[in-house]
Write a protein that binds this ligand. Sequence first.
Ligand code: PLP
Length: 393
Amino acid sequence: MVFKKVYADNAATTAMSDSAFQTMIPYFKESCGNPSAIHSMGIEAKNATEDARRKVAKAIGARVNEIFFTSGGTESDNWALRGALELRRNKGRHIITTEIEHSAVYKTVKRLEQDGYEMTYLPVDQYGQVRPEQLDEAIRDDTILVSLMLANNEIGTILPIRKLSAVARQRKVLFHTDAVQAVGHIPVNVQELGVDMLSLSGHKFRGPKGIGALYINLKMHVPPLMIGGGQEKGRRSGTSNVPGIVGMGAALDDAAEHLAEHSTYITALRDRLIDGVLKFPGAELTGDPKNRLPGMASFIIKGFEGEPLVPLLSEVGICASSGSACSAGSGEPSRVLRAAGYSKKDAMSPLRFSLNEDNTIEDVDYIIANLPSVLAKAAAIKPLSVFINLDDY
Ligand code: PLP
């Protein structure tokens, strides 16, 4: 039997846009110059990377010299955190974040904790929201950094970063936001958000994988994470990934230009999917019902583990995910859902469909139509109680 193919895992990664793909091609061969070289092909590559930097800066309301290219969201997050701590090392050793951050932030702060830094994990409500008053209460004299994500990768909640950063600013504490899931999907403007540093990643908005950027406010002299040949004005060494940079620039340019139109289209698909899935007994929406990413339809299906559903959906051509791609296969309850107050059992049951402008109404209806048979198959294979120790929660 031939099944329709439905890709609904765009929060994990996206297919590249045609324009991003076409823009990259010359830079693999005929325009292969190193932008640090001073011959014609080097200059050509340099001009292309600077053009992409302008596009990225424009898309997020930054100045061109505030954009530093990295290898992706993970590097940007690591750099922001470690760089800020080095910059403020004489002020203190206290950092504020949450338990719902992506592992690129969460595991970095866990490591920093082992190195003697003190963490405060702000509590989140059932939607994954943080209130500015909670941040205000948590800031101490020795707080040097607040890192809070703009949009969550598992449940799609959009946090009130503008209000949160205002609190940090008033208390003279640096503010980093991981905007990897937000950039290219919702309006992001670093001036309006009032952040000092912001991470983004090309492959989340139809650019290539392995390329990202860190926005660093001009006033901040964050020291480098990568030391070497002095590229990116000495702030991030390593030969520039020219095809990646131009591809990301083109993708973000496209995404920014069509943001409103895509957002309306994708939100309608998402809501159709949410309405359809919520008709199943035991299905609950996770994340903020209102302030959520346009493409994010995330659920728990009570009584079912999320992870075994993924290969079963895949058998009928549907690519979805149980929580984040990075925690897939861990067999652990979702850290994000636990932080949002879900029981261990329910936190084993996440199911995430993430849509973008490539998806259609037919895709959504196909998912809804196939879910009953997938759930029936999952129930026949193994009841949830066999997977986990019910005494544990
Ligand atoms: N931050 C968030 C919120 C993400 O969703 C991801 C990727 O899933 C990352 C950081 C890491 O980005 P990258 O895959 O570019 O390293």
